[in-house]
Design a protein around this ligand. Structure first.
Ligand code: PMP
Length: 438
């Protein structure tokens, strides 16, 4: 019989880490509760990750469906990207000057992303949404922003609100201490997929609203696609009332397809933000947008900069990632395996009499224990059985299937996941679901 996974070394390292790194992690979402020997949270220390697999310091091996919260579209240490970067890093890591690779990546993004007349590079999703808001404010000369309850746009002050459930349909709640009250006063919050709610607020407050920002597929609260016509509806409202429409494509960009969600849904925003899959794991991000709006970024206008912005190493990673995405059938392979997984997991929920659905797209999906046929709002999630999710999460880990312990963080698939990985995963789900029902 297979020996159960244990986390002895991880836990020892975590205890030592807490002496030197505040809280033991550098990002709050890396704390887990169901692998620790105590009731307090701890974290898993990784030894290495390669292709679709990840190994921890205790020798446990997993098929990885977290993929670093989404960036790894091709696979961990993917040879084409890895080799390009290591050729580039012999030529210096940072110049604070332009390089030809910046031009190449900008052209590629311009060619595939509908709204990308122009781009500006940055290093993280947080930076890109922060910059997009400044551009929108600079362009419209207005200050307020409309966002959706449950959408996450990074950890800067301007948008770190209303990311948690609050028992109401919509609430404007700050998600961290240390954020000034004055910033909360700059926000309107609406419910995702609420056609009337957003229309009412826009009509009432458009004179103050600079930007409407959204995840075109809500992907920080399981995966909740836009209802048919919803993106078109907000596009029309923004056109009518001189509001900059920003698609935060940090998760969907280069993952749902080369043109992102905007291409898939045939709705072009004014600005869009990208990060994650753009560099297959290297820190790179960008704001892309329409010519007239992006034109406010100039000397004496909207300031944007950064020591690490458009550094040649991250750009080389993006260049190699985009080359591969453009030349090979990455999305076809992900579709094949992702559809099989989605259908398989849903079928197993059915077979084991567990109420639930699988929602999303082959590269970005999640299973949700719910009595509903379909989850369309953030509020719907409050009626889900997250207790059951907790019950299956640790057993799946024990089976070598790594999904995030946050029931609202989706599963991701990469080009490196194989048919064998899919079969093993479905077998694991079958055993775990059978046990959960028992
Ligand atoms: N926007 C979205 C939609 C995200 O999912 C995230 C991160 N999960 C961010 C922005 C922030 O990106 P980063 O963590 O790179 O700052």
């Amino acid at each position: 019989m297979k020996k159960p996974f244990h986390y002895t070394t991880s836990f020892k390292l975590f205890q030592e880490m807490q002496k030197y790194v505040q809280g033991g992690v550098s990002s709050g979402t890396r704390l887990w509760t169901d692998v620790c020997p105590t009731a307090l949270p701890c974290s898993i220390f990784v030894k290495k990750a390669l292709g679709s697999h990840l190994w921890d310091v205790d020798g446990n091996q997993y098929i990885d469906y977290r993929l670093g919260f989404g960036p790894v579209i091709l696979g961990h240490s993917f040879p084409a990207v890895h080799q390009a970067v290591h050729r580039a890093d012999t030529k210096g890591l940072i110049y604070a000057l332009d390089s030809e690779v910046e031009l190449e990546v900008a052209k590629k993004i311009h060619n595939v992303v509908p709204c990308a007349d122009k781009v500006r590079f940055a290093n993280s999703g947080t930076e890109s949404t922060m910059t997009a808001l400044r551009i929108a404010r600079g362009y419209t000369k207005k200050e307020k922003v409309l966002k959706f309850h449950g959408h996450y746009h990074g950890h800067h002050d301007y948008l770190l609100f209303s990311t948690q459930h609050c028992g109401f349909n919509v609430c404007k709640e700050v998600a961290s201490e240390g954020i000034p009250q004055a910033i909360q006063d700059l926000l309107y919050v609406e419910a995702w997929n609420d056609f009337e709610g957003v229309e009412k607020t826009v009509k009432q407050h458009h004179r103050e609203i600079a930007a409407l920002i959204l995840e075109p597929v809500m992907a920080n609260a399981t995966v909740i696609p836009p209802e048919p016509g919803f993106l078109k509806h907000v596009r029309e409202l923004c056109d009518q009332y001189n509001i900059v429409l920003i698609f935060d494509e940090v998760k969907t960009g280069f993952r749902l397809g080369l043109g992102g969600a905007q291409k898939l849904f045939k709705v072009t925003p004014d600005l869009a933000t990208f990060a994650k899959s753009l560099g297959n794991g290297y820190p790179i991000a960008c704001v892309a947008g329409k010519e007239d709006i992006m034109s406010v970024v100039r000397r004496g206008g909207v300031f944007h900069g950064g020591t690490y912005a458009a550094n040649p190493v991250s750009l080389t990673a993006a260049n190699a990632t985009l080359d591969f995405l453009m030349k090979r059938d990455v999305y076809g392979r992900i579709a094949l395996h992702g559809r099989k997984l989605m259908k398989g997991i849903e079928q197993m929920m059915h077979d084991h009499h567990l109420d639930g659905v699988v929602q999303g797209y082959p590269g970005l999906f999640h299973f949700i224990f719910t009595c509903k046929d379909k989850v369309t709002t953030f509020k719907d999630l409050e009626e889900c059985d997250f207790g059951l999710f907790v019950k299956v999460h640790a057993p799946l880990l024990q089976e070598g299937v790594m999904i995030d312990q946050d029931p609202e963080e989706p599963m991701y698939l990469s080009y490196s996941h194989s048919g064998g990985d899919v079969t093993k995963t479905l077998d694991a789900f079958d055993r775990v679901f059978a046990q959960a029902k028992a």
